[in-house]
Design a protein around this ligand. Sequence first.
Ligand code: ZN
Length: 168
Amino acid sequence: MRRLAILAAALAGCDGGKTGDVSPPPRRYVYDAVEAWNAFAEGSSVEHDVERSGLTMRVTRVLEKRSADVITLKRKSALKLGDTQKVVEDAEEVRRLPAACASCGKDHAADGKWSEETIEIAGRRLACRVFTGRGCQGEDSTTWYSPEVPGHVVKSAGSRLVAFEARR
Ligand SMILES: [Zn+2]
Protein backbone atom coordinates (compact mmCIF):
# COMPACT_ATOMS: atom_id res chain seq x y z
CA MET A 1 0.00 0.00 0.00
CA ARG A 2 2.78 2.35 0.96
CA ARG A 3 4.58 1.65 -2.28
CA LEU A 4 1.38 2.45 -4.21
CA ALA A 5 0.99 5.73 -2.35
CA ILE A 6 4.57 6.69 -3.21
CA LEU A 7 3.99 5.76 -6.86
CA ALA A 8 0.79 7.83 -6.95
CA ALA A 9 2.64 10.79 -5.43
CA ALA A 10 5.47 10.40 -7.94
CA LEU A 11 3.00 10.32 -10.83
CA ALA A 12 1.18 13.37 -9.53
CA GLY A 13 4.49 15.17 -9.17
CA CYS A 14 5.47 14.17 -12.69
CA ASP A 15 2.19 15.51 -14.07
CA GLY A 16 2.68 18.74 -12.17
CA GLY A 17 6.12 19.12 -13.72
CA LYS A 18 4.70 18.59 -17.17
CA THR A 19 2.14 21.33 -16.62
CA GLY A 20 4.92 23.64 -15.46
CA ASP A 21 6.80 23.11 -18.75
CA VAL A 22 3.99 24.71 -20.73
CA SER A 23 4.85 28.33 -21.31
CA PRO A 24 1.88 30.44 -20.25
CA PRO A 25 0.21 32.42 -23.03
CA PRO A 26 0.60 36.20 -22.89
CA ARG A 27 -1.96 37.78 -20.55
CA ARG A 28 -3.26 40.05 -23.26
CA TYR A 29 -3.75 38.23 -26.49
CA VAL A 30 -4.82 39.72 -29.79
CA TYR A 31 -5.19 37.32 -32.68
CA ASP A 32 -3.50 38.66 -35.79
CA ALA A 33 -3.76 36.18 -38.68
CA VAL A 34 -0.54 37.44 -40.34
CA GLU A 35 1.58 37.79 -37.18
CA ALA A 36 0.43 34.33 -36.09
CA TRP A 37 2.45 32.97 -39.05
CA ASN A 38 5.22 35.60 -39.16
CA ALA A 39 6.55 34.47 -35.78
CA PHE A 40 7.63 31.19 -37.43
CA ALA A 41 10.23 30.30 -40.05
CA GLU A 42 9.40 29.13 -43.55
CA GLY A 43 8.77 25.38 -43.65
CA SER A 44 6.72 25.44 -40.44
CA SER A 45 3.50 23.47 -40.84
CA VAL A 46 0.16 22.52 -39.31
CA GLU A 47 -2.22 19.65 -39.99
CA HIS A 48 -5.92 19.80 -39.13
CA ASP A 49 -8.71 17.28 -39.49
CA VAL A 50 -11.66 19.19 -40.88
CA GLU A 51 -15.13 17.67 -40.70
CA ARG A 52 -17.86 18.83 -43.02
CA SER A 53 -21.17 17.13 -43.79
CA GLY A 54 -19.93 13.85 -42.32
CA LEU A 55 -16.70 13.81 -44.36
CA THR A 56 -13.25 14.26 -42.84
CA MET A 57 -10.52 16.03 -44.71
CA ARG A 58 -6.88 16.21 -43.59
CA VAL A 59 -5.65 19.71 -44.40
CA THR A 60 -1.90 20.39 -44.31
CA ARG A 61 -0.57 23.94 -44.50
CA VAL A 62 3.13 24.72 -44.97
CA LEU A 63 4.50 28.23 -44.55
CA GLU A 64 6.05 29.14 -47.89
CA LYS A 65 6.51 32.92 -47.85
CA ARG A 66 6.29 35.56 -45.12
CA SER A 67 5.71 39.29 -45.43
CA ALA A 68 4.27 42.10 -43.33
CA ASP A 69 0.84 41.98 -45.01
CA VAL A 70 0.34 38.61 -46.65
CA ILE A 71 1.41 35.08 -45.84
CA THR A 72 1.58 32.42 -48.55
CA LEU A 73 0.85 28.85 -47.52
CA LYS A 74 1.10 25.67 -49.52
CA ARG A 75 -2.12 23.79 -48.79
CA LYS A 76 -2.87 20.12 -49.33
CA SER A 77 -6.40 18.83 -48.72
CA ALA A 78 -6.80 15.05 -48.63
CA LEU A 79 -10.32 13.62 -48.64
CA LYS A 80 -10.81 9.92 -48.08
CA LEU A 81 -13.65 8.45 -50.12
CA GLY A 82 -13.97 4.73 -49.44
CA ASP A 83 -10.76 3.16 -50.72
CA THR A 84 -9.67 6.14 -52.76
CA GLN A 85 -8.21 9.43 -51.68
CA LYS A 86 -8.82 12.71 -53.41
CA VAL A 87 -5.96 15.16 -52.95
CA VAL A 88 -6.10 18.80 -53.91
CA GLU A 89 -2.99 20.99 -53.67
CA ASP A 90 -3.18 24.74 -53.92
CA ALA A 91 -1.94 27.97 -52.38
CA GLU A 92 -3.64 29.92 -49.62
CA GLU A 93 -3.04 33.58 -48.88
CA VAL A 94 -3.54 34.81 -45.32
CA ARG A 95 -4.33 38.50 -44.82
CA ARG A 96 -5.70 40.57 -41.97
CA LEU A 97 -9.46 40.76 -42.19
CA PRO A 98 -11.29 44.06 -41.81
CA ALA A 99 -13.25 44.34 -38.55
CA ALA A 100 -16.60 44.05 -40.35
CA CYS A 101 -17.32 40.47 -41.51
CA ALA A 102 -17.50 40.22 -45.33
CA SER A 103 -20.53 37.90 -45.07
CA CYS A 104 -22.75 39.56 -42.47
CA GLY A 105 -21.19 42.93 -41.66
CA LYS A 106 -20.87 42.23 -37.92
CA ASP A 107 -17.64 42.77 -35.97
CA HIS A 108 -17.23 39.20 -34.71
CA ALA A 109 -14.00 40.00 -32.81
CA ALA A 110 -15.71 42.65 -30.67
CA ASP A 111 -18.76 40.47 -30.06
CA GLY A 112 -17.31 37.78 -27.79
CA LYS A 113 -15.09 37.06 -24.82
CA TRP A 114 -11.65 35.59 -24.11
CA SER A 115 -10.73 32.90 -21.60
CA GLU A 116 -7.87 30.42 -21.07
CA GLU A 117 -7.79 26.64 -21.24
CA THR A 118 -5.00 24.07 -21.38
CA ILE A 119 -5.95 21.18 -23.64
CA GLU A 120 -4.33 17.93 -24.79
CA ILE A 121 -4.22 17.93 -28.55
CA ALA A 122 -1.86 16.77 -31.32
CA GLY A 123 0.11 14.81 -28.70
CA ARG A 124 0.85 17.93 -26.69
CA ARG A 125 -0.48 19.94 -23.78
CA LEU A 126 -1.14 23.41 -25.10
CA ALA A 127 -2.05 26.46 -23.05
CA CYS A 128 -4.67 28.10 -25.24
CA ARG A 129 -6.43 31.42 -25.42
CA VAL A 130 -10.07 30.71 -26.13
CA PHE A 131 -12.39 33.06 -27.97
CA THR A 132 -16.11 32.45 -27.60
CA GLY A 133 -18.31 34.47 -29.88
CA ARG A 134 -21.10 34.18 -32.42
CA GLY A 135 -20.97 33.20 -36.07
CA CYS A 136 -22.77 34.94 -38.93
CA GLN A 137 -26.11 33.24 -38.11
CA GLY A 138 -25.74 33.94 -34.39
CA GLU A 139 -24.54 30.37 -33.73
CA ASP A 140 -22.04 29.69 -30.94
CA SER A 141 -18.51 29.84 -32.26
CA THR A 142 -15.44 29.00 -30.20
CA THR A 143 -11.80 29.00 -31.33
CA TRP A 144 -8.72 27.84 -29.39
CA TYR A 145 -5.44 29.63 -30.17
CA SER A 146 -1.88 28.81 -29.09
CA PRO A 147 1.16 31.01 -29.79
CA GLU A 148 3.22 27.79 -29.94
CA VAL A 149 1.42 26.67 -33.11
CA PRO A 150 2.16 28.21 -36.55
CA GLY A 151 -0.91 30.27 -37.46
CA HIS A 152 -2.08 29.89 -33.81
CA VAL A 153 -5.39 28.12 -34.68
CA VAL A 154 -5.64 24.90 -32.68
CA LYS A 155 -9.31 24.08 -32.75
CA SER A 156 -12.58 25.52 -34.03
CA ALA A 157 -15.99 24.25 -35.13
CA GLY A 158 -15.36 21.05 -37.14
CA SER A 159 -11.59 21.54 -37.22
CA ARG A 160 -8.95 20.04 -34.95
CA LEU A 161 -5.14 20.17 -34.92
CA VAL A 162 -3.53 16.73 -35.38
CA ALA A 163 0.14 17.68 -35.86
CA PHE A 164 2.40 20.71 -36.24
CA GLU A 165 6.01 21.66 -36.77
CA ALA A 166 7.13 24.99 -35.37
CA ARG A 167 10.38 26.26 -36.93
CA ARG A 168 11.90 29.40 -35.49
ZN1 ZN B 1 -20.15 37.14 -40.19
